[in-house]
Design a protein around this ligand. Structure first.
Ligand code: LMR
Length: 328
């Protein structure tokens, strides 16, 4: 009977309907630079699952992790060319095009996950996302990967320990200022080059989240990790504007609803993954973990204090005021 029913329902659908259904199917190519088992990797997969389910297979999201298609330097260009339709770069990597976004890289402002969640879902984030319009990009939402720590080949605890250390960072003016103020030597590289650069002794340290450090095994070379929580690392989920406009309203709604539905899950997942990965590192006898005591933290903060003036003098300081307002 089941067989007959299937035949019946297939016959019931006209050839035109069938063709329309097939023709309506679209594929979103989503490229990112980190491993699959990271907050961003997992979020991309969850998004693909939700979108496919809600659209009954009419919207497929194909994910390309680990920078297998494009790296930090090329993914934005590829998005603009519509070679891929979605990316989720770290906010810092967009600051060359949108300098106001540097506000999110100011150190020691956001102190815990509750504050981070509030800010990433709040009015400041909405304003920042809307700035993407000037680049012909539709900003969809922000995802979190929590707090940055310092991983190094030798201990960095007191602020003087940064002296002359070659610290890998993302390409960003404000992060460069940060490491200059710490008397380190900032080295801007693509995420995909970090492992090679460490193996070949091109850098001594980096700032990154525990999940990024652990998933790429950076701790096997940078085995001194200071839990400084000095900055945040978050992602701007974005889609090519022309591609977005070409989607019918139903598909646009499915994409937005999927992102909304998974937003809380994404924050919890990021927190949990960083915690789980840290627990693994705690068990590794070759890894040395350090907490910043109040004295050292104050030293770091004092050394970095001029960065707020640098930011305020150069950029839209309403954003910093808004951020401070949202934190209170
Ligand atoms: C980095 O370059 O260190 C990070 O932005 C990688 C990422 O996407 O989390």
């Amino acid at each position: 009977i089941g067989y007959r029913q299937n035949i019946f329902s297939l016959n019931d659908m006209s050839y035109d309907d069938e063709q329309k259904g097939l023709n309506d199917q679209i594929t979103i190519h989503f490229s990112h630079v980190v491993a699959e088992n990271t907050p961003k990797g997992m979020a991309a997969e969850k998004f693909a699952e939700l979108v496919e389910e809600k659209s009954n297979g009419q919207v497929i999201v194909k994910i390309y992790p680990n920078g297998m298609l494009y790296n930090d330097e090329t993914e934005l260009e590829a998005l603009l060319e519509n070679e891929i339709q979605m990316i989720a770069p770290t906010l810092s990597k967009v600051t060359r095009s949108l300098p106001n976004w540097q506000v999110m890289d100011l150190p020691f402002l956001i102190e815990n996950n509750d504050q981070l969640k509030k800010v990433l879902n709040g009015p400041l984030s909405k304003s920042l996302l809307s700035e993407l319009e000037s680049m012909n990009i539709k900003g969809l939402t922000f995802w979190s990967n929590g707090f940055k720590q310092i991983a190094s080949t030798s201990p960095i605890i007191n602020v003087e320990d940064f002296n002359k250390k070659r610290v890998r960072m993302m390409v960003s003016n404000i992060l460069k200022q940060q490491f200059n103020l710490l008397q380190a030597v900032p080295v801007a590289t693509s995420f995909g080059d970090v492992y090679y650069d460490l193996q070949n002794n091109h850098v001594d340290a980096q700032e990154n989240t525990i999940s990024n450090i652990y998933s790429k095994q950076f701790h096997t070379m940078e085995n001194h990790i200071t839990l400084s929580n000095h900055g945040i690392l978050c992602y701007a989920v974005m889609i090519n504007d022309d591609f977005w406009d070409s989607l019918d309203e139903n598909k646009q709604n499915i994409i937005m609803e999927s992102l909304e539905e998974m937003q809380d899950w994404q924050f919890e997942q990021a927190e949990q993954m960083n915690e789980d990965n840290l627990n693994h590192l705690k068990l590794d006898p070759n890894v040395h973990l350090y907490e910043l005591d109040d004295f050292s933290k104050k030293q770091w903060q004092d050394q970095l204090r001029p960065i707020y003036d640098i930011y305020e003098n150069q950029i839209n300081n309403d954003y910093l005021k808004e951020l401070l307002h949202e934190l209170n």
